[in-house]
Design a binder for this molecule. Structure first.
Ligand SMILES: NC(=O)CC[C@H](N)C(=O)O
Length: 397
């Protein structure tokens, strides 16, 4: 500035190019990234410090806007290997993302792309410059709100219209979102986990055949089942019990997935009940766990703020061991409604909610957390071996 010029009043607030409008009318302004336009969903917060690409592509997050409490999201870029959705038909996963810091140039040897352009290519809207700690605190006190996010480079927003749209969004309670994410065709899976220098491996000598019912399955779950010595056939969510049994599985896996389990249970539960009656070894994760719960007659409830992170302590009540787990759920099985032939096997040490069940006949078990991690700690990998042991016992009987 030239010495004779009048000093300006100081720093001017940059124009907001994105807004997040909550159903209660709260307006959060920031800077748009990723796709332009509007998206709507339930706002949750995830506290994981790593693995944003796996989180964003987890089909369980469909219909949700993820607020990352870790500020530096995008700093390791993205690549083609860390996508978790199996159904590649569309941009499946979270519909929008809320960040504290702007996305910086990626710095990682595996990065092939910048998070911003990748979000745009997947039609996912983002907003940065948000006080994500304050938003997480708001969710903690008031629960997960519905919201509209809008990204408009001109910065012209009709806030009244956005607020009324946000108010009229349907509650996640009662939504069946599985049809939008499940595979439409049967799929043979033999890929195993990733190792440095080798990339993903292949299961060449399987001992067991697992049918995985795809309610929105994550790739790393299928890889860990393959690692444990199995050939996997992934089938669409509405596959009948007859068609599943015709594949002669040694075990059936009930996958994770989005939405309200009670709404999804309408077609899933009768199938699971038949499999229980036929004593087929069953293993369920997250939505699959909730649906096993519904199939045995228990009920599920909507949680206040849910669990979304990578450091949640869970106690295995059978062994007494505590495992640090990856979590992503907004519903839970109500343990007080479990029938006599089902035991609670795992419990959250954060809030005492149910995190695992097993049938007393020993043929079916499930957990609420994500033992496959991706991202997250690997303490719970043992559950895949438990599933194989169950199939071995059943085969030997
Ligand atoms: N990760 C999942 O499978 C989530 C299950 C279910 N949609 C929930 O929010 O509780």
């Amino acid at each position: 500035m030239h010495a004779t010029e009048t000093p300006s009043s100081g720093w001017e607030e940059p124009r907001a190019t994105a807004v997040l409008v909550l159903a209660d009318g709260t307006v959060i302004k920031g800077f748009g990234l990723g796709a332009t336009g509007e998206a709507s969903g339930e706002v949750c917060f995830n506290t994981a410090m790593t693995g944003y690409q796996e989180i964003l592509t987890d089909p369980s997050y469909s219909g949700q806007i993820i607020t990352f409490t870790f500020p530096h999201i995008g700093n390791v870029g993205v690549n083609d290997e860390d996508i978790e959705s199996v159904n590649a038909a569309s941009s499946i996963g979270a519909c929008a993302v809320v960040l504290a810091a702007d996305i910086t140039t990626p710095s990682n040897w595996r990065a092939t792309r910048n998070l911003d352009s990748w979000l745009k290519s997947r039609n996912v809207i983002g907003i940065s410059g948000v006080d994500t700690r304050a938003l997480a605190a708001l969710i903690r006190s008031k629960g997960m709100p519905n919201a509209i996010i809008a990204h408009e480079p001109s910065g012209n927003f009709n806030l009244k219209a956005l607020e009324s749209k946000a108010k009229n969004l349907p509650s996640m309670d009662g939504l069946d979102l599985v049809p939008g994410v499940t595979s439409t065709q049967r799929l043979d899976w033999d890929q195993t986990t990733w190792t440095l220098g080798e990339g993903y491996g292949k299961q060449e000598n399987p001992n067991y055949h697992v049918v995985a019912i795809d309610y929105g399955v994550k790739r790393n779950i299928l890889r860990l089942i393959a690692n444990a010595g199995c050939k996997v056939t992934v089938v669409p969510a509405t596959t009948s019990a007859e068609d599943i049994l015709a594949l002669k599985p040694d075990g059936v896996f009930l996958s994770n997935g989005p939405g309200d389990p009670a709404a999804t249970g309408q077609y899933a539960v009768p199938v699971i009940r038949t499999l229980i009656a036929k004593k087929v070894p069953l293993f369920g994760i997250c939505l699959g766990h909730q649906m096993l719960g519904l199939a045995v007659g228990a009920s599920t409830t909507k949680m206040h703020q849910g669990h979304h992170g990578a450091n949640h302590p869970v106690k295995d009540k059978i062994t007494g061991k505590v495992e640090i787990t990856s979590m992503n759920h907004g519903f839970a099985v109500d343990a007080s409604t479990l029938p006599e032939n089902v035991v609670e096997t795992h419990v959250s040490l954060f809030d005492g909610t149910n995190c695992g069940i097993a049938l007393t006949d020993g043929m079916a078990f499930s957990v609420q957390h994500h033992p496959e991690a991706s991202p997250g700690p690997q303490d719970s990998h043992y559950l895949f071996d438990r599933f194989v042991e169950l199939m071995a016992k059943s085969k030997a009987a």
